[in-house]
Design a protein around this ligand. Structure first.
Ligand code: CP
Length: 348
């Protein structure tokens, strides 16, 4: 049985795969990993989460430092990386442009070179994916995408796959629907879940379609699995056969005029009780948060029995701990017997 068909209980019972192959790699795009590799990182997250429940501090990364660059504000990404790194025995430094020389007085390349002399990993939330890619090009330590505003948010969508496995134990062959603007979260839902073997339905409003290059990625992934990409501007068509219904913010620090306009144009894309009555029985609701209640989703859905959102938020930390640990790696087997199963996998 493929790992994409296993729930977290089965994953916990399986031996961890060899993880040394991840050491030194970047996590700028999840499309740089195979489906099996993403599932291996999720498997590590499942084991780390189980260990965390009885042992909150597991010092695999003692003496290691994570730099966290945030060009945009964050609640979940910042707190989950920072607490996750501390739970791994390491230290995290919050780096805010304007409080460092980037971008006005020091280039991205020079910043990457200097940070690499102090840090063992760099997480960055940038306005553009071009900045992330340039950081990764010049850094000699792994770079993790904490959201590229104009392109993708893969650490969120891969974390969401962990949450799906916890709820349902099934990715391969299940159907994900995304409703809303063709923005970075839409892009990541499409790319990640098509790579993980799911059917993907996308309903974007005509004024905010997703990019053709994302469609090409998804079509390639779907062709590899024999799965389906459905692209529509009809939210009802998108949700009808979906096991999961995902939405995200409609606006972000925009003018009052823009917000009023987007509310009018996106009205039929709101995930509310009326739309939910047309979903498949047992469908689950997903949102990366933050949510604007009353815009893209109503209270009865986000607070209702089908909502996965609070588990999705928590799982950011567990998945990111797995990514940090796999990318930074360890040099020797930890002395603590509780850490040795993971330690052996990291070294093999
Ligand atoms: N979902 C997410 O990335 O949340 P933050 O913007 O709070 O980090």
């Amino acid at each position: 049985m493929s790992t994409a068909q296993l729930g977290t209980a089965e994953l916990r019972a399986r031996p961890l795969p060899s993880l040394a192959k991840f050491r030194g790699r970047d996590f700028v795009s999840d499309q740089d990993f195979t489906c099996e590799e993403l599932l291996e990182l999720i498997h590590l997250a499942v084991v780390l989460k189980e260990l965390w429940a009885r042992k909150p501090v597991t010092p695999f990364l003692l003496g290691k430092h994570l730099g966290m660059i945030f060009e945009d504000p964050s609640t979940r990404t910042r707190i989950s990386f920072e607490t996750g790194m501390v739970e791994l025995g390491g230290h995290a430094v919050y780096l805010r442009p304007g409080e460092m020389h980037l971008p006005a007085r020091e280039s991205i390349a020079d910043t990457a070179r200097v940070l690499s002399r102090f840090l063992h990993c760099i997480e960055a939330r940038t306005h553009t994916v071009a900045v992330l890619r340039e950081l990764a090009q010049y850094a000699t330590v792994p770079v993790i995408n904490g959201e590229a505003g104009d392109y993708d948010h893969p650490i969120q969508s891969v974390s969401d796959a962990l949450t799906i496995l916890e709820y349902d134990g099934r990715l391969e062959g299940a159907t994900m629907a995304f409703l809303g603007n063709g923005d970075c979260m839409c892009n990541s839902v499409i790319m990640t879940f098509s790579l993980l073997g799911m059917n993907v339905n996308v309903a974007t409003p005509p004024h905010f379609p997703f990019r053709d290059e994302i469609r090409a990625v998804a079509e390639r992934n779907c062709a590899a699995y024999g799965t389906r990409l459905l692209v529509t501007d009809d939210p009802v068509e998108a949700v009808r056969d979906a096991d999961y219904v995902y939405t995200s913010l409609w606006w972000w620090e925009d003018s009052e005029e823009y917000v009023a306009e987007i509310r009018r144009k996106n009205r039929t894309f709101q995930v509310n009780a009326e739309l939910w009555s047309l979903t498949k029985p047992g469908a689950l609701f997903m949102h990366c948060l933050p949510a604007v209640r009353g815009d893209e989703v109503t209270d009865e859905i986000i607070d209702g029995p089908a909502s996965m959102v609070w588990d999705m938020a928590e799982n950011r930390k567990h998945l990111q701990k797995a990514v940090l640990l796999a990318l930074v790696g360890i040099d020797e087997l930890p002395g603590d017997p509780d850490l040795q199963k993971i330690g052996r996998a990291l070294l093999s």
